[in-house]
Ligand binder design. Structure first.
Ligand code: SF4
Length: 299
């Protein structure tokens, strides 16, 4: 695979775990049920991919590591322990790094919690999906409020102090901002490992995005054959800047835009979608709701 000539080092790592107990009807994540037998082979494939990435690309000490899915908490403790140990043995992880694992309350138990803690996880993202039983039934979630409370208490007992509850009320996802999410919004290089994972690299001007084979079985085969990449694109400097502005205007803190955006930002300000504070621009409440209009104006 060809990579950018002088990319900035990766300080953020995402690892995708595509397994789920049940495929929810509303879910469009790269997630699969009934594939647990593939878990061992998938771990081997992840190790191969990470080893190749480390040899081919510059990695700095990692500031965030995020195990997302799918349902990473479904991995049996032994496999999860192996996955965590592999990452900490292969990469330098900053002592104060944020290491997140997404967990479904139904698969949280003391043994897994201890394994995650021992493996360096210091933040749990519990997919609680609301506490209303009827809403849960509609959403097909096999989680109820009591289970979520139990998982939360057990996680506290195991020593987790940073626990975010990802709730779905109705439809919109209310994902808590993590340091890892901020890396995406600020267009910092993020290496994504695993089935269907996306990576983003930049040399400060141009940017590159590539993504892996999505289906777990094919991903495992591709890792064995030596290349898991399914596609890539190069973003010329103008496009990379525009994406940075578009994503920066998705956060309440906004951004200081690079030159060249005065005219679209003026129209967005007149439309009440962004507000100027000194040299920074930030979205208004309305701008956050109508972010697609901001995206259209700057891209
Ligand atoms: S548990 Fe989550 S990732 Fe898995 S299918 Fe349901 S919504 Fe998608």
């Amino acid at each position: 695979m060809s990579h950018p000539a002088s990319p900035l080092p990766f300080r953020h790592l995402y690892v995708h775990v595509p397994f789920c107990r049940h495929k929810c009807g509303y879910c469009d994540f790269n997630a699969y049920a009934g594939m647990d037998r593939l878990m061992g082979g998938y771990q081997v494939a992840l190790e191969r991919e990470l080893e190749r990435a480390r040899a081919a690309l510059p990695f700095g000490p990692l500031r965030t590591v995020y195990f997302g899915g799918g349902t990473p908490s479904l991995l049996p403790a032994e496999l999860a322990g192996r996955m965590l140990a592999h990452v900490s043995a292969s990469f330098q992880v900053e002592p104060c790094a944020e290491v997140t694992l997404e967990a479904n309350p139904a698969s949280v138990d003391p043994e897994r919690l201890d394994t995650w803690r021992a493996g360096g996880v210091n933040r749990l993202s519990l997919g609680v999906q609301g506490f209303d039983r009827r809403a849960l039934a509609v959403l097909e979630r096999r989680t109820d409020g009591a289970q979520a409370e139990r998982a939360f208490r057990q996680a506290r007992d195991a020593g987790f102090e940073n626990i975010s509850l990802d709730l779905i009320y109705g439809v919109p996802f209310q994902t808590r901002a993590s340091r890892h999410n901020r890396a995406y919004w600020e267009c910092r290089p993020v290496y994504g490992a695993g089935a269907g994972a996306h990576s983003y690299a930049t040399d400060g001007e141009r940017a590159w995005r590539w993504w892996n084979v999505a289906r777990p079985r094919e991903y495992v085969a591709a890792a064995g054959a030596g290349a898991v990449e399914a596609g890539r694109e190069e973003l010329p400097p103008a496009r990379a800047r525009a994406e940075r502005v578009m994503l920066g205007l998705r956060t309440t803190s906004g951004l200081e835009p690079p030159p060249g955006f005065a005219s679209p930002l003026r129209s967005l300000e007149e439309a009440g979608l962004v507000v100027r504070r000194g040299r920074r621009y930030a979205p208004t409440r309305r701008g956050l709701d109508l972010h697609n209009r901001i995206a259209l104006a700057v891209l």
